[in-house]
Design a binder for this molecule. Structure first.
Ligand SMILES: [Zn+2]
Length: 83
């Protein structure tokens, strides 16, 4: 059957998509990977946004940052139960 689609997501450049989005677009907007790689300028901007998020989250997360989620780098939360 169909996959869950309770939240419609849209890429800043190509619109509604099932691709994974990352908040590395203009002004923190969500963009998909192919769009991020579409031009060197976008890729550079995305890397800049990633680095900025990484630094900001490292401050919050006491130097530990969780990477890999759809929202980009997140501060490590020691209070979150780990199973
Ligand atoms: Zn896109």
């Amino acid at each position: 059957m169909s996959e869950e689609r309770d939240q419609q997501q849209a890429c800043h450049y190509c619109g509604p998509t099932d691709r994974e989005l990352r908040p590395y677009g203009p002004g923190g907007s969500n963009i998909c990977h192919p769009c991020m790689k579409a031009t060197p300028e976008r890729e550079r901007a995305a890397k800049g946004a990633f680095g900025a998020l990484l630094d900001a989250n490292a401050e919050i997360g006491d130097g530990i940052v969780v990477i890999g989620g759809q929202k980009g780098p997140q501060p490590y939360n020691p209070e979150r139960p780990r199973t």
